[in-house]
Design a protein around this ligand. Structure first.
Ligand SMILES: Cc1cc2nc3c(=O)[nH]c(=O)nc-3n(C[C@H](O)[C@H](O)[C@H](O)COP(=O)(O)OP(=O)(O)OC[C@H]3O[C@@H](n4cnc5c(N)ncnc54)[C@H](O)[C@@H]3O)c2cc1C
Length: 387
């Protein structure tokens, strides 16, 4: 029988998580700042799977840990504390919850266990060269043909597509209606003939995403998620889960921890001006953790995430950027050098990669929908302001 983690005391749960990470997580993968690749993370995923810890937020019936908000925050804090990297986890954080809500029984039974075991690695085929913020204008087409749909078009910014076995792809299935009403979401096996990838290198020099080309790609009709032409509703729900995952305090908490290390090494906590700025940012991260906890509880109650999750996305990514900017200032001239620098002494080294932390925080206000667009969503759908 699955263990009821929520019945444990917070302290006992924290000790269990900490002990497991400290004893099992590979030392060479601690505190890597770029997106971790599947070949590096596969072994760790296997360990998590054996332990039943791949999906902390999934319900127990689907093999998740079923954590409530406070336990989830502890899990994240301990990952951060030990420098545990995020694996290619879109099967768990994005498409998994969507299939639980919108998938057929066959889709749930086939895809959820394989996402959990790591047999299927998922990526997201939403954005196109001319459809990012205005995603509903997408042009990649899916045309019915016998038992299949045939997909043609081009996606871009598909994160870690080069590691994925599957992609959930938004397509246009009716070009003759209002743009939001002719969209459908398909589950696509990357082994299908007609798919080709071209990696794109990010600001920090890592091949983080790809262009993905679909040339007469045949996808069975059974791979449609939700109703035909109703993919916009599914896509928006998925973006809600994505914004929740992006809004996790994980990365800002990491930057705060590094800021503290560098500031201590530089003796800056004796400076009242610095202390004020540090404290304000620390409180921002505490606010973030409590806001995140509120959304986690909502998901656990089986509710979908609403447009107000945009607030979480804005807050987490902008706080992360503010932190990484103060980190650069704190690191002073060494901070602009690429790679790990020593901010301590030879005897007591304090090794931090300030520049990569800064680089990695930059696209946070673009990925998953830009801050400007999130503010538009908040003003329109949460505050009800006129457009
Ligand atoms: C790190 C990273 C990972 C990503 N991963 C994926 C992925 O895995 N899969 C995927 O499908 N996509 C992915 N994306 C793409 C991402 O969703 C888009 O970049 C994003 O939605 C913005 O679209 P765009 O780049 O086309 O910019 P544009 O839409 O062209 O926007 C350009 C600028 O105009 C502003 N703007 C646009 N419209 C408005 C408006 N109505 N009001 C005010 N300002 C506006 C934007 O805020 C932005 O500043 C990723 C992006 C990044 C940075």
């Amino acid at each position: 029988m699955a263990r009821d983690y929520n019945a444990m005391t917070d302290d006992a749960f924290r000790t269990d998580v900490r002990t497991f990470f400290e004893s099992e997580y590979p030392e060479q993968l601690r505190y890597i700042l770029r997106r971790a690749r599947w070949d590096e993370m596969q072994g760790w995923w296997g360990q998590l799977y054996k332990k039943g810890w791949v999906a902390p937020g999934w319900p127990v019936e689907w093999g998740g840990m079923g954590l409530n908000a406070s336990k989830m925050i502890i899990f994240i804090e301990e990952m951060e504390r030990h420098g545990v990297a995020r694996p290619p986890d879109q099967g768990i954080t994005h498409i998994g919850p969507i299939l639980m809500h919108f998938g057929t029984e066959e889709q749930k039974k086939f895809y959820l266990p394989r996402a959990l075991s790591g047999e299927h690695i998922w990526c997201q085929g939403y954005s196109e060269p001319n459809s990012g913020s205005d995603l509903a204008s997408l042009r990649t087409s899916a045309v019915p043909d016998g038992d299949d749909f045939v997909i043609n078009g081009q996606k871009i910014w598909t994160s870690l597509a080069q590691d994925a076995t599957h992609c959930y792809v938004l397509t246009r299935t009716n070009p003759d209606v209002k743009k939001q009403e002719g969209i459908s979401l398909f589950l696509v096996d990357f082994k299908t003939p007609g798919i080709s990838l071209r990696p794109i290198v990010n600001l920090a020099g890592h091949a983080e995403f790809c262009q993905v080309f679909y040339d007469n790609v045949r996808v069975p009709k059974a791979n449609l998620v939700g109703a035909l032409n109703k993919g916009w509703t599914v896509a928006k729900a998925l973006l809600g889960f994505e914004r929740l995952a992006i809004g996790s305090p994980r990365r800002p908490a990491y930057a705060l921890q590094r800021l503290k290390m560098v500031a201590q090494a530089r003796g800056l906590f004796a400076d009242q001006g610095f202390l004020d700025r540090y404290t304000a940012l620390k409180l921002d991260i505490e606010d973030l953790a409590s806001l995140y906890g509120r959304f986690i509880e909502q998901v656990k109650r089986g509710e979908q995430v609403g447009p107000d999750v945009s607030m979480l996305k804005i807050w987490s990514q902008e706080a992360w950027q503010r932190l990484s900017e103060l980190l650069i200032e704190t690191g002073a001239e060494e901070a602009v050098l690429n790679g790990v620098q020593n901010y301590g002494s030879e005897d007591t080294p304090v090794e931090v990669d300030v520049m990569t932390t800064f680089y990695m925080s930059r696209p946070g206000t673009i990925a998953g929908g830009s801050s400007e667009v999130q503010r538009n969503i908040m003003s329109r759908y949460v505050l009800g302001l006129p457009v």
